[in-house]
Design a protein around this ligand. Structure first.
Ligand code: SF4
Length: 253
């Protein structure tokens, strides 16, 4: 018998209405505008006009995060940066966050954690990841992020089309869970990311050199062998390649 913990990620939060015709028309206009811009131009769109002061960045401070954070810092270094500190992260990631924060002059990095009540209720032993990774991601990532995003009209992500099958048809602007979602790096590849990082002398996440091209929580990340997909080390052995915070089901367009 399955021992699955079911957690409602929207627990205690206002339900988001489905996008109406007006939102869909506006989304189409934003997509057309963004498609003609480079990454910096999409960031500028997300942080100005109707979105000024109403947009947050979601960053894992992982292997490729520095590129997006640099682009955002160039436009407004005081943009809120939402960082999910699950309690299961590598120490290297926490130190990398601090290093990038100082180097880029990020003035509003917000560390999000699951509440103590949720930890005690869902994962008192800290081993839920080994029994039900979706439930663990729900209470450690999805719930804290959904709460932190409540006041914002839009978010910026560092997602790229090449990363997963699910992201391969992603647009530069989407509408997800009641807000607009800008993906400035949507059509970048690894070569472009590396070239940008080199040009701007951005430090690499220390674990990249150690064989981790994609970095998440300690229990759910392993080194990648030569010839493997670069995200093969994430939730290895499980039929899972997203933590749930970016999934486009449930209203994502
Ligand atoms: S990545 Fe693993 S440890 Fe981290 S929240 Fe998800 S299941 Fe839990």
């Amino acid at each position: 018998m399955s021992n699955v913990t079911v957690i409602d990620p929207r627990r205690g939060l206002r339900p988001k209405p489905a996008p109406d015709a007006e939102v869909l028309a506006h989304l189409k206009a934003l997509q057309e505008k963004a498609a003609g811009r480079d990454a910096q131009g999409v960031v500028e769109m997300a942080l100005s006009g109707e979105f000024a002061g109403k947009t947050a960045v979601v960053s894992s401070f992982g292997a490729e995060s520095a590129v997006l954070l640099k682009l955002v810092a160039e436009v407004d270094p005081n943009t809120p940066i939402l960082f999910l500190n699950t309690g299961k992260l590598f120490g290297e990631t926490l130190r990398y966050r601090d290093r990038l924060q100082d180097m880029l002059g990020l003035g509003d990095v917000r560390s999000l954690s699951p509440s103590l009540a949720d930890r005690n209720r869902h994962d008192p032993e800290g081993t839920l990841w080994s029994k039900d990774a979706d439930a663990c991601c729900d209470f450690r990532k999805t719930v804290p992020l959904a709460r932190a995003l409540e006041p914002f009209k839009a978010q910026i992500t560092g997602r790229k089309r090449f990363q997963t099958r699910e992201r391969s048809s992603m647009e530069p602007v989407e509408f997800f869970d009641g807000r607009y979602r800008f993906n400035p790096l949507w059509n970048w590849d690894l070569h472009q990311l590396e070239a940008f990082a080199e040009r701007h002398k951005l430090p690499k996440h220390p674990l990249v050199e150690d064989g981790y091209p994609s970095i998440g929580c300690i229990p759910c990340t392993r080194r990648v062998q030569a010839g493997e997909d670069y995200r093969a080390g994430r939730w290895s052995g499980l039929d899972k390649d997203e933590c749930g915070i970016h999934l486009t089901d449930g209203g994502g367009i």
